[in-house]
Design a protein around this ligand. Sequence first.
Ligand code: NDP
Length: 331
Amino acid sequence: MSYQANDKRYDKMLYRKVGNSGLKLPAISLGLWRNFGDDIPLTTQKDLILKAFDLGITHFDLANNYGGGAAEQNFGFIFKTYLQDYRDELIISTKAGYHMWDGPYGDGGSRKYLVSSCDASLKRLGLDYVDIFYHHRHDPETPLEETALALDSLVRSGKALYIGISNYSVKDAEAISHIFKALHTPFIINQMKYNLLERDFEDNLKALTNSEGVGNISFSPLAQGQLTNRYLNGIPEDSRISRKGALTDAVTFEKNMQIVRDLQTVAEARQQTIAELAIAWQLRDAGVTSVLIGASRVSQLEENVKALDHLTFTDAELQAIDTILRQKKGQ
Ligand code: NDP
């Protein structure tokens, strides 16, 4: 089973510096939260991962609990079979912070959990190290110093090259950032939910990460598929909603669909699809290093990467988008 990567893979993708670090991430990264568990054929997963790499997507994002561990296992198999020779061209991340195994040590932010979980992830992935290891969420029961020191020790022991945090409040992010600075930990990135429908990141976290010199990677940039043409004519049988259940309550979903219909007019005038518009809109902001998409089929990857063809927005377009979002949210 051989694979030869597309020799034009670096021609189109943009690579953006992660905060003040020396690392660059592709403007579009691929996450393996959904679509990479044991419920999806391995050939589909392989096609997605190899296509992504062929499109210049060098960053794959995982977590211990994606697919209950199966996503790491499956990625590990695909990596070993097809991508081993390209290890130095890949940024592979994983995380710990949510419930992973029974008992008092399989959840949270303790040194015990984070170190064991990182070891288990490396085993499933078949890797000696991950490029980025994240604390997946703040644990109010563990002192931040303990969590920070545990993450720092993962770097010192060679199991991770860089550290990230995810789903932290501004206050906790600021506090742990200061501890990392004192320790000289390569804490370089924050992973947060951000999309046209959910803009909390803009309130304070954006300013904080900017002032701390930390990069940002946005998860669910398409609001799990709502910011695409996926649901404009009902709920398709093969969609995430059909497979995994509602993404939001029915009223909010209908409101969101109205927003998407209005956004479609702006997108069409820019000769983009809604997904392309949603991705480009995030990348207009240098504070967003990378947009972390999910995909269930290769055609979605191809469409989403086309966002790079038109990244600039006129003031009038940005204003039109803001007006649509404000009006429909009843603000
Ligand atoms: P998205 O918002 O990009 O949603 C992905 C889904 O949108 C796809 O599975 C697909 O749905 C649909 N989609 C994507 N592109 C298109 C397209 N062009 N046209 C139509 N539909 C499309 O991101 P996710 O919510 O999947 O999150 C991405 C990643 O972010 C995760 O894999 C994970 O790595 C990370 N994440 C991190 C979290 C954290 O707590 N740190 C939390 C959540 C995610 P369908 O399956 O229906 O085809």
